[in-house]
Design a protein around this ligand. Structure first.
Ligand SMILES: [Zn+2]
Length: 369
């Protein structure tokens, strides 16, 4: 039998105003903490964190760069100088990744992550992407364990822009669609094992919950008000999506999006999860998903405002040369090997063009059914 691996953050906590109970959740980590956040988040949350951590020593460090080796060295230095026993990251995916590396550099000390936007599934994962000065990924770290504590305070998250929240839904949408292909064919997950039944159940649940609550959760996010649907989709975006992608594995659900990033003459206008939503549509088309499933996914994306055409992706009037560049870029992506059939140039090009045409059909009020 193949080895199955399941990984997740040590503890996940979600609640409105829960930062106020921070010490209760992370006080076991030590007496001295280094808290890393952007200038704006320090302005908003420094006092709350200090009050919550009363009796402990907290040093603050401003993060205003990329998750780069330069930033990591500076923060690690600050941690060493103050003899901290744990690190806290307050922010988005880049701060989460930075904290993972810093905690490791400081000898593998405990780490807590306080997400401020529900747009990424990086918080619970054991991986970190490190960027160079030109904005490209220079290092990918895969640590043997995920962050110890992820504390999602919905009062903080609700202040974030609705578009980012919806983008998180796009990233979450890919979780089951990519993961189920891996699981069905015993491909490796991101930990180098095969997936567990638990992981597949979590991914399926995330998919069902998106379809059930996503539309109303978006409305709550736009109004910056807490509803049960908002709460549910926050759990989908942060916990289920993070657990799901790592523990099940990926197929071409991100590859078609990465293909568009290879276009030299085009600016990138969409957020990660937005591009992933369209990419997921392309995967479904390529693998011959039923019209029923395509209908379900296209309607959902259209309703919440996730891209379903190249126009939505801000990539109008693509030339044959551009299609060629994108298609060749997809062919180089390793996760296309996680399909049970060989993926060819013609299949990728066909999926791009057909997924876009189906998107137009849905924008015009048409349907596959
Ligand atoms: Zn993603």
């Amino acid at each position: 039998m193949m080895t199955q691996i399941l990984g997740c953050c040590g503890r996940y906590i979600q609640g409105y105003g829960e930062i106020k109970n921070l010490k209760k959740h992370i006080g076991w980590m030590g007496e001295k903490y280094l808290c890393v956040a952007s200038k704006n988040r320090l302005r908003d949350l420094k006092d709350t964190i200090l009050k919550a951590m009363e009796g402990k020593e907290v040093f603050f460090c401003q993060f205003d760069k990329e998750c780069s080796w330069e930033a990591i060295r500076d923060i690690t230095e600050a941690g060493k100088n103050n003899g901290v026993q744990a690190v806290i990251g307050v922010g988005g995916g880049k701060i989460a990744d930075t904290i993972k590396v810093v905690a490791d550099e400081l000898g593998g000390i405990p780490q807590a992550i306080l997400p401020t936007i529900a747009a990424t599934d990086a918080y619970t994962s054991a991986a970190a992407l490190i960027y160079g000065s030109d904005g490209t990924v220079v290092d990918v770290k895969n640590y043997p364990h995920s962050p110890d504590v992820v504390l999602a305070d919905t009062e903080v998250l609700l202040k974030g822009p609705a578009r980012l929240y919806v983008s998180g839904m796009g990233d979450a949408l890919s979780t089951y669609i990519g993961g189920v292909v891996c699981q069905n064919h015993y491909f490796e997950n991101h930990f180098g094992g095969t997936g567990t039944h638990t992981a597949l159940a979590v991914a399926k649940l995330s998919y069902d919950m998106l379809l059930k609550y996503g539309r109303q959760a978006k409305i709550a996010a736009e109004r910056h008000t807490l509803t049960d649907a908002y709460n549910a989709v926050t759990e989908v975006n942060i916990l289920m999506s993070g657990m799901g992608f790592e523990n099940n594995g990926s197929a071409s659900d991100h590859c078609f999006y990465f293909g568009t990033l290879a276009l030299p003459e085009r600016e990138e206008y969409v957020y990660h999860g937005e591009g992933v939503a369209f990419s997921t549509c392309c995967q479904l088309v390529m693998q011959g998903a039923s019209s029923e499933q395509l209908d379900e996914v296209y309607r959902f994306c259209r309703d919440v405002g996730l891209p379903i055409t190249f126009d939505d992706m801000h990539l109008p009037n693509l030339t044959d040369e551009e299609y060629d560049i994108m298609t060749k870029a997809v062919l180089k992506e390793q996760f296309i090997l996680h399909h049970p059939f060989p993926v060819t140039y013609e299949m990728i090009l066909g999926a791009y063009k057909t997924a876009d045409a189906i998107g137009h059909l849905y924008h015009e009020g048409g349907s596959l059914l």
